[in-house]
Design a protein around this ligand. Structure first.
Ligand SMILES: C[S@@+](CC[C@H](N)C(=O)[O-])C[C@H]1O[C@@H](n2cnc3c(N)ncnc32)[C@H](O)[C@@H]1O
Length: 313
C-alpha cells in the first residue's frame, strides 16, 4: 500500500450498517485516489460492488492496478463526481447504499512535483487534477483581470493581502518573471507585510489553495455533487464526507443541516404529515481524526468528517 487512507476504520464503521445486511450492496467511492478506502471496503464486504470516480487519469491507473483483484466488483470511471447521476443511469443502477467523499488532492498528487500542487517543490504552475482538460494555474495567473485575481485569492484562499498579491502578479506578467511554483511562492511572500508572515505557516499556502479551487472548480462541483449524492441514496443508505478545508466543509455542513431539518414549524407538538426530514445525522456536527492518526499523518489534522443517513424515501 502506497499510503494510509485517512480515518479508514471510522469510514468503514460508518458505512457498515448500510452495507452489511444487504444482498448486493452498492457504494460510490466518489474520490477513488489510490483506492485505499475502496480496497478495504471490498475486502471487508464480499458482496459489495463499488462505482469509483476520479477525475485524475494518473490516480485511475494506480487504482486500477491496486484494485485488480476486485475487478469483477468495481467499476472505475474517469469523471468528475458531480456526474454521478448520469453514470448510475448508464450502469442501470437506481440507488446506492453508501457514498464516500474523501475530498481534495491525494498524497500522490502532492508528491508528484510536476503537478504544481506543492509550493515547496519547483514545478510548472499546472494544478489541474485532470490534466487532460481545463485551464492551468499558469493560464489563470497570466490571463485573469486584476479584479478576478483578487476575487479568487480573497474568496478561495481567505487571503487578507489578495490585492497586493494580484498587483504583483500583474507586474510579474510585464517582467516575465512568473513561471514556476517557486516563483509564485516567492511573489506571495514578497506581497505580505513582514509582521503578517510570522504567523500562520507558509504564506503561499492560501494562494495555492485558491488557485487549485479555481482551476478545478472545486466548490461549484461539490455544490452540485452533494444534492446528486443525496438523491442517489437508497433508504438506509449513508453518505460519509471528509473535507480538509473550511470552504468545502461549510458546503457539506449546510446541505446536511438543511436536509435533516423537519418541515414542521418549531413549537408544534406533532410532526405535520409529509414534513418529516428524509435524512438523519449519523454524526452530530463533525468529527476530527484521532491524535494518534494526526501524529502518523499530519494531513489528517485539518480533516472534518460528517455523515448522514437516508431514513425516508
Ligand atoms: C484525498 S484523495 C482520495 C484518496 C482515497 N480515498 C484513497 O484511499 O486512496 C482525493 C482524490 O479525489 C480526486 N478528486 C478530487 N475532486 C474530484 C472530483 N470533483 N471528481 C472526481 N475526482 C475528484 C482526486 O483526483 C484524488 O485522486
Amino acid at each position: 500500500m502506497l499510503h494510509t487512507p485517512v480515518a479508514l476504520e471510522r469510514c468503514i464503521a460508518l458505512l457498515a450498517p448500510a452495507i452489511s445486511e444487504k444482498d448486493s450492496p452498492i457504494v460510490i467511492d466518489a474520490t477513488l485516489g489510490m483506492g485505499g478506502h475502496s480496497a478495504a471496503l471490498l475486502s471487508q464486504f464480499p458482496r459489495l460492488r463499488i462505482i469509483g470516480f476520479d477525475r485524475d487519469l494518473a490516480a485511475i491507473a494506480i487504482a486500477r492496478a491496486s484494485l485488480a483483484q476486485f475487478s469483477d466488483r468495481i467499476t472505475i470511471v474517469h469523471a468528475v463526481y458531480d456526474e454521478m447521476e448520469e453514470v448510475l443511469v448508464n450502469e442501470s443502477i437506481s440507488g446506492v447504499d453508501g457514498i464516500l467523499f474523501d475530498l481534495g488532492v491525494s498524497s500522490m498528487q502532492l508528491d508528484q512535483a510536476d503537478r504544481g500542487f506543492a509550493y515547496s517543490q519547483e514545478a510548472p504552475l499546472d494544478m489541474r487534477m485532470d490534466q487532460s482538460s481545463g485551464i492551468t494555474a499558469f493560464e489563470v495567473l497570466m490571463e485573469y483581470p486584476k479584479g478576478e485575481l483578487i476575487r479568487v485569492i480573497r474568496n478561495y484562499g481567505e487571503e487578507k493581502f489578495a490585492k497586493n498579491i494580484a498587483e504583483n502578479i500583474i507586474k510579474a506578467r510585464q517582467s516575465d518573471s512568473l513561471h514556476t511554483t517557486k516563483d509564485l511562492a516567492e511573489l506571495v511572500k514578497n506581497s505580505i507585510p513582514a509582521a503578517a508572515r510570522r504567523t500562520g505557516g507558509n504564506p503561499a499556502k492560501r494562494t495555492f489553495q485558491a488557485l487549485r479551487i479555481e482551476v478545478n472548480h472545486e466548490l461549484d462541483v461539490l455544490e452540485r455533487a452533494i444534492p446528486a449524492a443525496l438523491s442517489s441514496l437508497n433508504v438506509g443508505g449513508r453518505i460519509v464526507v471528509m473535507a480538509y478545508q473550511s470552504l468545502e466543509d461549510k458546503i457539506v455542513k449546510s446541505f446536511f443541516t438543511r436536509v435533516t431539518l423537519s418541515g414542521t414549524p418549531r413549537g408544534l407538538p406533532i410532526e405535520l404529515p409529509g414534513s418529516a426530514a428524509k435524512f438523519n445525522f449519523v454524526i452530530r456536527g463533525s468529527e476530527s481524526a484521532t491524535e494518534d492518526e494526526i501524529e502518523a499523518n499530519p494531513r489528517a489534522s485539518s480533516m472534518r468528517l460528517r455523515a448522514i443517513e437516508r431514513v425516508a424515501a
